[in-house]
Design a protein. Sequence first.
Length: 106
Amino acid sequence: MAKQSWVGVAALVAALLTASVVLAATGKPSITNVTPSTAKVGATVTIIGKNLTGAKAVMFDGLKATTFKVVSATKITAKVPSKAKSGKVTVTTSGGTATSTASLKI
């Protein structure tokens, strides 16, 4: 009976650790920098921040980027879409939406 109890405890600990990792990965995203600060349509910009893993959308002043790549939890590269105008950059993940403090000049 004691052996079964330890197996149950080990399974519970494993489940809690897995849940902690999932919750940590879905924290509220933030954007700390977008480079370059001026870009042309079709150019690739780099978005630096936190909790960017699993990004579902990248927007340029409300216009969805058709191409973007999550490089890491702190970095995304995105192509400026046609018809983009100067404005804020946003990234949406399951943890929420982050908005750049500075506007990207197109």
